[in-house]
Design a protein around this ligand. Sequence first.
Ligand SMILES: Nc1ncnc2c1ncn2[C@@H]1O[C@H](COP(=O)(O)OP(=O)(O)OP(=O)(O)O)[C@@H](O)[C@H]1O
Ligand code: SF4
Ligand SMILES: [Mg+2]
Length: 346
Amino acid sequence: MTKKQKDLQSPIDFQGNVEKNSQNVLLSVQNLRVWFELRHLGFGHAGYVHAVDGVSFDLHNREAIAIVGESGCGKSSLMKTILALYKPTKGDIIFDDKNINQLKGESKMWYRSKVGFIQQDPYGAMAPFMSIQRILEEPLIINGVKDKTQCVDRIHKVLNEVKMEPVEEFLPKFPHMLSGGQQQRIVIARAMILQPKLLVADEPVSMLDASVRVEILKLLRGLQEIHGLAVIYVTHDLSTVRYFSDRVFVMYAGKIIEKSEVNLLVNDPLHPYTQALLEATSEPDSANAKIMKQIPPGEPPSLVNPPAGCRFHLRCPYIIKGVCDVKEPPEFIKEENHIVSCWLYE
Ligand SMILES: Nc1ncnc2c1ncn2[C@@H]1O[C@H](COP(=O)(O)OP(=O)(O)OP(=O)(O)O)[C@@H](O)[C@H]1O
Ligand code: SF4
Ligand SMILES: [Mg+2]
């Protein structure tokens, strides 16, 4: 095992007790497509950005998965569709046996209360003119918590959990009076306030100083364990996935190309893109973790006219001509909990 692989292995003994069976599925993403229509040019049809293009996976209760991939590969589009902020072009998202596309009114509100969202930019995620108290009160009021004492209790509890103490000191403050790490703690508190079942964290630490990045990841992981939450952690940095081990999905140009348990992925990456991504991975607490390295040389393909066959074939050193550039690789099961979409594993 290389030093990098050792470093990437989880120092934390992750709960290996998640039941991965069909009865325990919390969220099922089924052949999801999210295409954005380009602006019309005159009478012509300019086409679509195929941001998410045939993504399927199941997430179980209490399970944490990481979705990793380069900038522009479709991670946020996938998350925003799961959060019901975008409508799928095709495919279904089933949460707790309900199709989220069919939810309206109260049932949509119920869904939003069950899924907490943690954005990349904590300052941008909060109204600058609202105090911390109002920011945390708002979702409670919208969701019908009218009892003042209940509201206050809940806010205190959640602020204690995210270590914003003494609570009374922070309640009257405004977002600009807090550090980046504290702002992200408030965003996490707001995501937790309605006691969700699932947390979606889209690059939650990439805009924070290296010194607080690990602290915030550990906080999220602690909350996940205490409350038995399912978590989808989105990142472009593989080095941070150990804080949410269990499974990792690698995304490339709108598709998931490898699905694996984290240790299997780190020790035996199968897809040539995953191998390159791992090679380019830096430590989460090093100063250069914000920089996206070139992995490997070359640009990701156009999502408006994606190439035929494997979407990685234009950059792949192992391309099988006449196969990879013609036929799209299906999912091959290499071993238990390790699936890859690459013709090398046919
Ligand atoms: N609302 C939108 N309208 C049109 N195109 C969009 C929209 N949102 C995203 N896209 C396009 O979809 C593709 C995927 O973008 P997305 O933001 O999902 O990627 P990402 O993996 O989250 O990238 P990053 O790591 O930079 O956040 C990009 O080409 C982007 O320009
Ligand atoms: S399918 Fe072919 S081009 Fe794609 S990653 Fe595998 S070997 Fe490379
Ligand atoms: Mg994004």
